[in-house]
Design a protein around this ligand. Structure first.
Ligand code: ADP
Length: 744
């Protein structure tokens, strides 16, 4: 939401408005003056008419006086003179009015004097005649002549009146002309000012319309920009709040509304501190608002660590925030913009990473401890042997102990490699038809010595028929022996362990039950997690890295099966159930190759074996062991010597260390393979790397088998025992599948 201040009118519009006002004032003033002038002129015209009328009145009023005089003269009846005196009185009144009316005109005033005297002369004539009539000498006949002539006083009066009226008519003509002129001027001035007014109004209207149009356009653009800005703000994944220079919220986007708990409409115009309430993540004390700092310092305030936002409903979430000043074009600080984001997820990941790192450190410490454990007795055994004082019995016991510790070490390393494969999703199964009865027997055989050592009673319930599943016999045995070995480890000496294989419908279950230490309820759900151990304290542990059950669960799942653990709690024993889908008998019969999928017992067949290893002790000791088993052996300590010896001695089997300087095992293998005399020779790679990729590299170089150090002699023996059949088959048939790569 964006607030806008009202934009000032543009100068042109203001100028247009001023011009309009000026034109209106000028027009009004001129109009007023013209009206005044017109009024003045008409007043003078009327005044002139009044003067003319008054002069006519004087003249007409004198008329009845003369008529009365004419009536009186023959009769001498003075009563007949009464109208004359009235007429003269009216004439005098007219003269008095005329004096007033002609006060502005000196000439007329002078003539008025003459007119007044002339009226008085008429009065004097009447008076004279009245007196004369009274006299006895009055001669009517003589005087009667006068009745037929105009008396000179009247002629004079008429002449003066006409004169004065003439003057007034002239003035009237002048004034009427002036009035017409004023009218014409007023008319044209009115027309001009009207035209000017219309033009100015038109101009102003045009300017205003243009301004309004441009303002509409600008407004539309501003709205478009503002909408774009709002859309942009809304699309930003971070929360954004803008404030004015006083720190009052002017806009906020939806993320900010969600995180603060304030709707944008509610937040606007509120102080930011009310909407954006932050505290220190550690102390929970309020911390200074970054916007306040920005408004004070005018510079960007960077990310603050450990800031917690307290939302309106009191919920808290860690945030990262930063604020920057908003400046107008002139560079003046007009507000601040605050950007923050919820970092709960990141913090959680950081905490998890920290935890993982801690667990890794713990695991490395545990690993070091676990590796050291078997190494100590092996070293002791070696020292005992070197003393040369052991009798045959003692020697056998020491060697048995060393063998067990070595196997333990190898198992640890194997487990680690398996875990690594699981994590990379690279664990692979070699599927075939497997009889679970054989799997359980093999597991019992593998764990037998350890279970016996702890004097456990092991009860086994196996069905009298084969239970076939599709699986990897080696891996299934590994899974069952792991669970069985755990039962032995986590059950005090002399405990009872029960192993049951049952085939119910479409599922076969292997149940391993013990009456050992049991598992707390809370741990049951986590027992299959990597590195999970009920009691990781070194003194209470039974040895192990906490990876066994993770591998078991993964192996079971890879076979389409399930694993379950139950325990009524500490001290009540535990039960593990491994369930697998059973193969229909017909399918199992048609796919089975006559063995139960589990490695057959080894058979010793004497071979000519060349061991090539740059580590002379390793080569010599392996050769000695093989000699004791009845094989004829040769050793070489570098690649070239190995090739030469192979050509000379033509062994059945060449065991090649891969990591040799100069010519490495892969190269030696390739060269031997290229020789015609090497036809039928079995090449076995010996290396510390056991990943599938390493095995593939060995195959690609031409090896028949890939064994991982340290070498498990029984496995090598089994391999050597089976060579005659497998080797011949793979060599003699061009279409044969690539030879299997053994696993140790
Ligand atoms: P490790 O045995 O090497 O510690 P595992 O993954 O095999 O690792 O087992 C994980 C944990 O589960 C063990 O440390 C132990 O605490 C517990 N556990 C496994 N099997 C049993 C059992 N049969 N009885 C009691 N606890 C067991």
């Amino acid at each position: 939401m964006v607030t806008r201040s009202r934009a000032p009118l543009p100068r042109l519009v203001v100028a247009g408005l001023a011009a309009l006002v000026a034109v209106m004032i000028a027009g009004g003033t001129a109009g007023r003056r013209n009206v005044d002038r017109l009024y003045e002129n008409s007043r003078w015209v009327m005044h002139t008419h009044d003067v003319i009328d008054a002069l006519s009145s004087v003249r007409f009023d004198v008329g009845p006086a003369i008529t009365a005089w004419r009536a009186f003269l023959p009769s001498g009846d003075e009563k007949l003179l009464a109208p004359a005196s009235d007429a003269l009185t009216r004439s005098r009144e007219d003269l008095a009015r005329l004096t007033d009316l002609t006060r502005d005109n000196r000439r007329q005033q002078a003539r008025l004097g003459e007119l007044s005297r002339s009226v008085e002369k008429v009065g004097a004539l009447i008076e004279h005649t009245r007196r004369l009539r009274r006299e006895p000498t009055f001669d009517l006949e003589r005087e009667e002549r006068a009745l037929f002539e105009q008396p000179p006083e009247l002629i004079e009066l008429r002449s003066i009146v006409e004169d004065m009226q003439g003057e007034e008519r002239r003035l009237l003509a002048e004034r009427e002309q002036a009035s017409r002129r004023a009218h014409a001027v007023a008319l044209s001035a009115g027309t001009v000012s009207a035209i000017l007014g219309i033009v100015t109004v038109g101009l102003f209207a045009w300017l205003l319309a243009r301004y309004l149009r441009s303002r509409d356009r600008a407004e539309a653009e501003i709205w478009a920009q503002s909408e774009l800005l709002e859309a942009t703000l809304a699309s930003i994944g971070d929360a954004v709040i803008a404030t004015d220079a006083r720190g009052l919220v002017t806009s906020m986007n939806a993320v900010a509304a969600r995180l603060t708990g304030f709707a944008a409409a509610e937040a606007i115009r509120r102080p930011l501190t009310e909407v954006f309430h932050i505290v220190n993540g550690d102390s929970r004390r309020p911390v200074e608002n970054p916007v306040a700092k920005v408004l004070e310092a005018g510079s960007i305030v960077g990310l603050a660590n450990h800031t917690v936002l307290v939302a309106r409903d009191g919920s808290k979430r860690p945030i990262d925030d930063s604020a920057a000043p908003i400046r107008d074009r002139s560079g003046a600080l007009v507000g601040a913009v605050l950007v923050f984001r919820d970092v709960s997820h990141r913090r959680q990941i950081e905490a998890e990473l920290l935890q993982a790192n801690r667990r890794k450190d713990e695991f490395l410490a545990l690993l070091a401890h676990e590796l050291r454990n078997p190494l100590a007795p092996i070293r002791n055994g070696l020292q005992l042997q070197s003393l040369g004082t052991l009798d045959r019995d003692g020697l056998e016991r020491v060697q048995g102990m060393m063998q067990r510790q070595l196997e333990h070490l190898v198992r640890l390393v194997d487990d680690l490699l398996d875990v690594s494969r699981i994590n990379q999703d690279k664990l692979e199964l070699r599927l075939e038809v497997v009889n679970l009865v054989s799997v359980v027997r093999s597991a019992l055989e593998i764990c037998g010595p350890a279970l016996a050592a702890r004097k456990h009673r092991v009860a086994t319930r196996l069905p009298p028929f084969a239970v076939h599943v599709r699986g990897d016999g080696h891996r299934l045995t590994q899974a069952v022996s792991n669970v069985l070995s755990n039962a032995g480890k986590y059950t005090p000496d002399g405990g009872s362990i029960e192993v049951t294989l049952a085939a119910l419908g479409e599922e076969a279950t292997i149940t391993v039950r013990d009456d050992g230490v049991g598992i707390p309820q809370a741990m049951l759900a986590r027992i299959f997690d990597l590195f999970a151990q009920v009691d990781p304290s070194l003194e209470r542990r039974q040895g192990g890295l906490g990876v066994g059950l993770t591998i078991v669960k993964r192996l079971v799942e890879m076979h389409g099966g399930r694993i379950e653990v139950t325990s009524a709690g500490p001290g009540t024993g535990s039960q593990f159930v491994l369930g697998f889908p059973v193969m229909p008998a017909a399918a199992a019969a048609s796919e089975s190759r006559g063995h139960d999928g589990v490695a057959p017992p080894r058979a010793t067949t004497p071979r000519r074996i060349l061991v090539v290893d740059d580590n002379q002790d390793a080569a010599t000791s392996l050769a000695m062991l093989l000699s004791f088993e009845g094989h004829e052996t040769f050793t070489a300590h570098d690649g070239r010597a190995g090739i030469e010896l192979a050509e000379r001695t033509r062994p059945d089997v060449v065991i090649l260390d891969v990591g040799m300087p100069d010519l490495n095992g892969f190269e030696v293998c390739r060269r031997i393979r290229a020789e015609p005399w090497a036809h039928g020779m079995v090449l076995i790679a010996l290396t510390g790397f056991g990943q599938d990729l390493d095995r593939q590299r060995s195959l690609d170089a031409g090896f028949d088998h890939h064994l991982v150090k340290p070498l498990d002699l029984p496995v090598l023996e089994t391999l050597l025992g089976n060579l005659g059949v497998g080797r011949a088959a793979s060599r003699d048939s061009a279409s044969a599948a690539p030879p299997a790569v053994g696993t140790v």
